[in-house]
Design a protein around this ligand. Structure first.
Ligand SMILES: Cc1cc2nc3c(=O)[nH]c(=O)nc-3n(C[C@H](O)[C@H](O)[C@H](O)COP(=O)(O)O)c2cc1C
Ligand code: SF4
Length: 601
């Protein structure tokens, strides 16, 4: 079934996004900076100064935030600010590079730069969550999908004529959520308020017990036991508690939260309110990725409806001691902010640098207080479990992985889109269902996940086998896997927050080495280097980004060694003349005798 999301027909979105007026309230630093970026097309020094005094924080903090998030810039961007998604799926596999070059050439823009007349800037960004929609870009924050040469030619004309984007073809801004398979969560729509009513009836202890008995584990990737998380948070000392929904969905190839936020926002808010009821929180946040900013007006409308129904706000459903409300905070283009402690830093108006853990957010989270962070799908599952019971949930799935998993399937298959399966489904079944034939490999869990060869297609989706936050990318036989590794490596090198050396330097070195091999300049030494570097990045980095950044290369070297070896130079040839490179050093030290030359040593 296909849910068409007519972005262009929503007046609030049009007014908010396309006219570049500010759809965000100003109370959060990121929102203030989004507004400034929209107004001036960059963040000028005087505006930083003003934001620092408004928020009563040091100017250095504002400058650090501006520098950290890729959607803010200190140099003016164009009136039409175009960012192509360079994700493996909605970018590379869909011919993004050719389309980008075409647009840049025709509009005479250097990639990554703003044209001298300020009309247009064109660049790239990481996955924008449109992997089932073909090549995609954001223009002034609004997604345009299904790009092809015709669309690019029309876009050239529209930009050249200065046509406001409200007057661009409305069909360009339509995206569809195609759900090919529904299971526990997507089949049944909960009646608004049913989960909260049940929770209030049975009390918070019993609500927690049901979540614990259900075996629900986090759907964001790591699979931590949700009941335990809520229990730890509830038991932790603190002056306040917080509920945070992780709607950052930055893992390339993942777009299932996009559907959930569009179609099931009410159930999400209810799941968050349930958690608040259990842990005793009065405040919650949805951390919405910057790439989904266009969903904000819709989410705010749904929040207001919830408040009108007495499901949020003071005295929820007439319960005197139950107050809870939710704010939405919009990120600004940083994959690392999906990591829960980085997300909390970002919520606090800081650069999204992961914290040292322990302590964990359940005891020391937002503002140092006990905080539950859960994925969108986890909260929605919690609402269903409360209504239908733990036995209903446990009846689906496997012994280690209860319930269902919603997958975002994309790449070389006939039917990309959303598939919900009970845990335990084989990769082969998913491939059959999505019309994937002649498959060379599958990447499960995004670039940070696992690369599977056909011999492994009997493996199952489960926490104890192939765990995934939701992404399943299919690569046909025609694909150059090395180019895919290179695309992944560029992603990690770009998204590393730079805090720790193994990841900051290691991801760059992995990228450079893969560039060399892809360009035919690699040698057998590079293979050893990839392996060694991969292990260092995996074991010595500070957070989950680094721990997983080399997974794909290590998997590739093990499962598809030929991908690398056939591109190596047969003979070693030095890439530069070391003796010649030392000439200036010899000159400076006035030592140019025979012994100072490398050849003579
Ligand atoms: C680099 C990185 C990115 C992450 N991105 C997300 C994300 O976009 N969404 C998400 O729910 N979890 C993400 N996580 C996992 C979160 O840190 C955290 O485990 C999760 O939000 C907890 O929710 P859950 O228990 O419901 O899965 C990411 C982790 C890392 C290391
Ligand atoms: S592992 Fe990477 S992303 Fe994580 S803290 Fe270190 S540099 Fe930052």
């Amino acid at each position: 079934m296909c849910c068409l999301y007519r972005f262009g027909s929503n007046p609030a979105i049009l007014a908010g996004m396309m006219n570049r007026s500010n759809p965000l309230a100003h109370e959060h630093l990121l929102h203030r900076l989004h507004a400034i970026q929209q107004q001036f097309r960059h963040i000028p020094p005087h505006a930083m100064q003003q934001a620092a005094s408004e928020f009563n924080i040091p100017l250095s903090q504002v400058a650090a935030v501006v520098a950290f998030y890729s959607f803010f810039s200190t140099q003016p961007r164009g009136r039409f600010d175009i960012l192509f998604s360079n994700c493996t799926s909605c970018g590379y596999l869909s011919g993004e590079q050719d389309l980008l070059r075409m647009l840049c050439q025709r509009l005479q823009v250097t990639p990554g730069k703003t044209r001298a007349d300020g009309l247009v800037s064109i660049g790239e960004t990481s996955c924008i969550g449109m992997c089932d929609q073909g090549a995609s870009l954001l223009v002034n924050g609004v997604p345009v999908t299904g790009l092809n040469a015709d669309k690019i030619a029309q876009m050239v004309q529209l930009v050249t004529d200065g046509t406001p984007i409200q007057q661009w073809p409305a069909a360009w801004f339509e995206t569809s959520d195609t759900v090919h398979r529904r299971d526990l969560l997507l089949t049944n729509r909960l009646t608004s308020g049913s989960a909260l009513r049940k929770a209030l009836l049975q009390g918070s202890d019993q609500t927690l017990t049901v979540i614990q008995q259900s075996g629900l584990r986090g759907r964001g990737g790591a699979g931590f036991d949700t009941g335990k998380k809520w229990q730890f948070c509830r038991a932790a000392p603190g002056s306040a508690r917080y509920v945070v929904c992780n709607a950052d969905e930055g893992e390339p190839g993942t777009f299932k939260d996009r559907l959930l936020l569009r179609e099931y926002a009410g159930t999400l808010f209810e799941g968050m309110a349930l958690c608040a009821f259990v842990i005793g929180a009065e405040k919650g946040f949805v951390y919405l990725r910057g790439e989904y900013r266009y969903l904000l007006p819709h989410l705010q409308i749904r929040l207001d409806q919830h408040r009108e129904q007495g499901l949020l706000g003071k005295h929820i459903l007439g319960q005197a001691d139950f107050d809870f409300d939710i704010d939405i905070v919009v990120g600004a283009g940083a994959y690392i902010c999906g990591e829960e402690s980085a997300l909390i830093e970002s919520l606090e108006g800081k650069p999204g640098i992961p914290r040292i853990r322990p302590p964990f957010p359940v005891t020391h989270g937002y503002l140092g207080q006990p905080t539950v962070v859960n994925n969108v799908e986890t909260f929605i599952a919690a609402a269903h479990i409360t209504v239908h019971g733990s036995a209903w949930f446990k009846a689906a799935g496997s012994s280690t992985s209860a319930g269902s998993k919603i997958l975002s399937v994309s790449g070389d298959c006939g039917k990309p889109g959303i598939y919900e399966y009970p845990f335990g489904v084989t990769i082969r079944q998913v491939l059959d269902d999505c019309g994937a034939t002649d498959v060379q490999a599958v990447q499960i869990g995004g670039p940070a996940g696992t690369l599977l060869s056909p011999a492994e297609f009997g493996r199952v989706i489960a926490f104890d086998d192939t765990a995934t936050g939701g992404s399943l990318l299919v690569f046909g036989q025609q694909r150059d896997l090395l180019a895919i590794h290179r695309n992944f490596a560029h992603f990690f090198a770009h998204e590393s927050c730079g805090f720790c050396t193994p990841c900051r330097v290691g991801t760059q070195l992995l990228k450079n080495t893969l560039n060399n091999i892809t360009d035919g300049r690699g040698t057998a030494t590079d293979i050893g280097e990839l392996q060694q570097l991969g292990r260092i990045v995996q074991h010595q980095s500070h957070c989950g980004l680094g721990h997983t950044a080399a997974n794909h290369v290590l998997d590739g070297l093990q499962k598809f060694p030929h991908t690398f070896s056939r591109r190596l130079q047969p003979q070693f040839t030095a890439r530069f003349d070391l003796d010649q490179a030392l000439a200036s050093a010899r000159q400076v030290t006035h030592r140019d005798d025979a012994a100072a030359h490398l050849d003579n040593e």
